[in-house]
Design a protein around this ligand. Structure first.
Ligand code: SF4
Ligand code: SF4
Length: 469
């Protein structure tokens, strides 16, 4: 069943669920007369009766109330000023991490690839383009006395296909960094040779994010090689090698509509056989080769995710869904609002992992710089517009209890789904809110059943774990 009606309804009623006069403290109805109260900026969530919800606004406004309610509000931290979750970059961009889109070529032909890799002639980055980007971030890191320099490898295609540049550019970064630590990471499809796996274990010290869809039959249906054969055997070999080496890797499962029922078994398969540090699950986006295909952002997805989470918990794992991030307090869903510095094979600067080439439909939104013999030239108007896309600027998100965890979700997806008009949410909003609710209830249960207090913030967006989505 589609969730569109459900999220529209939630959006329309959201003000009724908002504790009057106390912004960003939300009362979310549960079964019967019970409520879940969530105060993200105070780092608290608790189960409440209707009576407590009715009594809280006066207490929070300092107008007094029953002593027990005042005491509880104090214990929950609600009487202290809220934390701020808003940051905003200013001035010239000065990134200390670069993401290199090495190539649009790929050795797989995934049916849901957002990049439609392999459908158009491939482009390859040159060493000069990579060097210029690496020099720039090293200079910035040196000037800012940054603790490390980041070098990341990503799509449009499969980075390891442009093998020489991957290995040579990282060696160059180490040479130039001259004592500044280099942290290198990559997304990838897992179809690697043993020689490549050896190099990755020895050199990609920031880890590898692999796309693997779980049960081999589920994976092979959507992730064939260029020759049309399944790729699960190769990816599982890579994961076994990574596991034996105790190498840090993450797995990302992409779920198409017809594979939703397989999700719990897929999660069980991954966690009983391999040892990823993180397991991320996302419904397939209707982009690239998957455009127009059946929608996976459904109530059935939420139900399957819940069952899969139950199984994952037996292995000590909490599954990751990129927009449901309790424990992260932020106004940025991803790096597009934070000067993400990604280079295309031509040396142009994009903020978005999906806008990996100049002919992307939304290149005018996400590209904000170009390279020349004298270095980079930045379009400060374009960058300024990106910096202003934080969740605090989106009126649609204003009354949403997931706002400081989700932070407005993927902007590229919003553009693809809703066009360039004002942000109007998507079917993912309902999924996000349901999963945030689950995470809060799990944390409350784990803290004794009444009150959960959170001390953390700040985690990067994890939407782009895998090479081909
Ligand atoms: S995009 Fe995220 S923050 Fe905005 S309304 Fe949807 S779920 Fe809430
Ligand atoms: S999360 Fe969305 S907007 Fe952000 S980098 Fe990825 S595709 Fe682009």
């Amino acid at each position: 069943m589609l969730v569109r009606n459900a999220w529209s309804r939630l959006g329309a009623e959201r003000l009724e669920r908002f504790l009057d006069g106390t912004p960003d403290i939300f009362a979310i109805p549960l079964e019967g007369e019970a409520y879940l109260v969530y105060a993200p900026l105070h780092g608290a969530a608790f189960a409440a009766t209707k009576g407590l919800v009715a009594a809280l606004p006066a207490v929070l406004a300092g107008e007094g109330g029953e002593e027990s309610v005042v005491a509880f509000a104090r214990e929950a931290g609600l009487l202290k000023p809220p934390r701020s979750a808003v940051t905003r970059r200013q001035g010239d961009p000065s990134p200390t991490e670069v993401t290199l889109f090495l190539t649009t070529a790929c050795n797989l032909r995934c049916t849901y690839c957002y990049a439609s890799a392999g459908d158009a002639p491939a482009t390859y980055m040159s060493m000069e383009v990579a060097k210029q980007g690496i020099d720039f971030v090293i200079d910035n890191a040196r000037r800012q006395s940054a603790p490390y320099v980041g070098v990341n490898y990503h799509g449009g295609g499969e980075p390891s296909v442009h093998w020489n540049l991957m290995t040579e550019s990282l060696a160059y970064a180490h040479e130039q960094a001259d004592g500044i630590p280099v942290i290198a990471a990559s997304a990838g499809n897992g179809v690697f040779t043993d020689r490549q796996i050896d190099w990755m274990i020895a050199n990609l010290n920031g880890g590898m994010s692999l796309s693997f869809d779980g049960l081999p039959e589920a994976h092979d249906k959507h992730r064939p090689t260029v020759r049309g054969t399944g790729s699960s055997g190769r990816v599982m070999h890579t994961m076994r090698r990574f596991t034996e080496a105790d190498y840090p890797y993450a797995v990302r499962l992409t779920v198409t509509a017809e594979q939703i029922p397989l999700l719990p078994d897929s999660i069980e398969f991954v966690l009983s056989n391999f040892t990823p540090k993180r397991v991320q699950v996302e419904p397939a986006y209707q982009l690239g080769r998957h455009e127009g295909k059946p929608d996976a952002e459904t109530e059935d997805f939420i139900a399957a995710y819940r069952e899969a989470q139950g199984r994952a918990a037996r292995f000590g794992h909490e599954l990751i869904y990129s927009a449901a991030r309790v424990g992260t307090l932020t106004n940025h869903f991803c790096g597009i609002t934070q000067d993400n510095f990604c280079l295309t094979p031509s040396g142009n600067v994009s903020a978005c992992f999906e806008a990996f080439s100049e002919d992307n439909e939304f290149a005018d939104v996400f590209f904000y710089g170009s390279s020349g013999p004298d270095g980079y030239t930045f379009d400060m108007d374009a960058l300024g517009r990106l910096r202003e896309l934080g969740v605090e600027q989106r009126s649609f998100c204003d009354g949403c209890f997931a706002k400081w965890n989700c932070a407005g979700d993927c902007y590229h997806k919003s553009l693809s789904a809703n066009g360039r008009g004002e942000f109007a949410g998507s079917q993912r909003c309902h999924i996000t809110r349901e999963l945030v609710k689950d995470q809060l209830l799990t944390r409350i249960a784990g803290s004794g059943g009444l009150l959960w207090r959170d001390g953390q913030d700040g985690e990067p967006c994890t939407l782009h774990g895998g090479g081909s989505e």
